[in-house]
Design a protein around this ligand. Structure first.
Ligand code: SF4
Length: 361
């Protein structure tokens, strides 16, 4: 693990932003001003290579799901670009985009909801082939369904083909959902909290399966989770998101062993460690993540940051290189001063800090 398999990324995201129309508050109505836009994702850049597992970690509202929707071609960026296998999704015709979508498949959080309870396993896995019209004959459909189920660990395949979802365990259902995605032979799998609804005892099986699909089949995997401990043993790289931005990214081991952003440190402080001597005191962040339509000026993390100082209220830090591919968006990163010319005094249309450094309502 941890070796990045190829130089050519399967997916490449550059400076992507997604902005939605906001809703007017009562104050907006009284002041006759339009609702501020919601910036769900703001200047996000990363890539994912074949055979690599990239974990995107953050609280709900951090922009992980919006980023996943960009990769799936379900959303277009209002700024920046998203490229899959070297092709800019924004430049594709509808037909080309539909064809490209076969190459990116989603694994949903809840295998109890994502499978049609009235369909048998065979039909569940065959359905994407029929919808995308990628397998011609019935024999070909049969072959691909069997292959996909075997790759997903549903063996012996014959024992499962005629079963209905209620006859399967939670882990088996998630394997069937993965098989349905594999039937289309994707280059990229986006797994949204793939084990959060499963018993703890079977989580490792599913995470091992995703890891094996990357290792053995060269599939790129983006794993979305709010829980850093879920991904520690399975990801090659980790991208930590906060309020629409990647605030730290790098090799998984490096980010976990030497986190540079205070938000990453807070997430890591609650990751269980087996050695009692190595346990850390949990760091509890104050307050909630701010409303994405009212992003604090300066460093967007400053209202919750235990290390915030004066400049954090006015300077919006970009990702600074810590070493190699390890980057963090914090003014306290060693060497951040040297690269400070790119750290803009924010003109982001962001809300100014109130007296206590909080976003003004
Ligand atoms: Fe905290 Fe300042 Fe670093 Fe932002 S730039 S994470 S507020 S220390």
């Amino acid at each position: 693990m941890a070796e990045r398999r190829t130089a050519e990324p399967v997916a490449l995201v550059r400076d992507a932003a997604v902005t939605f129309a906001g809703r007017q508050s009562l104050l907006d109505v009284i002041r006759l001003r339009p609702a501020p836009p919601i910036r769900a994702v703001d200047g996000v850049s990363f890539d994912v290579n074949a055979g690599e597992v990239l974990a995107m970690v953050g609280e709900s509202g951090s922009g992980k799901t919006t980023t996943a929707n960009l990769l799936l071609g379900l959303l277009s960026p209002s700024d920046g670009r998203v490229m899959l296998e070297g092709r800019d999704l924004g430049q594709l015709s509808r037909r080309e985009l539909a064809r490209m979508r076969r190459r990116v498949q989603m694994i949903f959080q809840d295998p109890y909801e994502s499978l049609n309870p009235r369909m048998r396993v065979f039909d569940i896995v065959a359905e994407p082939l029929r919808v995308h019209r990628v397998a011609g004959s019935a024999a070909e459909v049969h072959t691909r369904v069997r292959e996909a189920l075997a790759e997903a660990g549903m063996t012996p395949v014959d024992a499962y083909l005629r079963r209905l979802p209620f006859e399967l365990s939670g882990g088996q259902r998630q394997r069937v959902a993965i098989a349905a995605a594999l039937a289309l032979r994707p280059r990229l799998l986006v797994a949204d909290e793939p084990v959060s609804m499963l018993d703890v005892s079977i989580r490792a099986e599913i995470l091992n399966l995703l890891r094996a699909l990357a290792d053995d089949h060269g599939i790129a995997v983006v794993m979305i989770t709010h829980d850093l401990s879920t991904v520690t043993a399975y990801a090659d790289r980790i991208a930590v998101m906060y309020l629409g931005r990647i605030v730290e990214i790098g090799d998984a081991r490096t980010v976990l062993d030497d986190p540079q952003h205070p938000y990453t440190r807070a997430l890591r402080s609650v990751v269980p460690v087996p050695n009692p001597a190595a346990r850390r005191a949990p760091q509890v962040l104050s307050g909630e993540m701010p409303d994405p339509s009212r992003i604090p000026r300066g460093c967007r993390f400053h209202p919750r940051c235990p290390l915030a100082f004066d400049r954090c209220l006015v300077v919006d830090p970009p990702l600074f290189t810590v070493s190699g591919e390890h980057q963090a968006a914090c003014l306290l990163v060693p060497g951040a001063d040297a690269g400070d010319e790119s750290a803009a005094e924010t003109e982001t249309g962001a809300e100014g800090p109130g007296p206590a450094g909080q976003a003004t309502p």
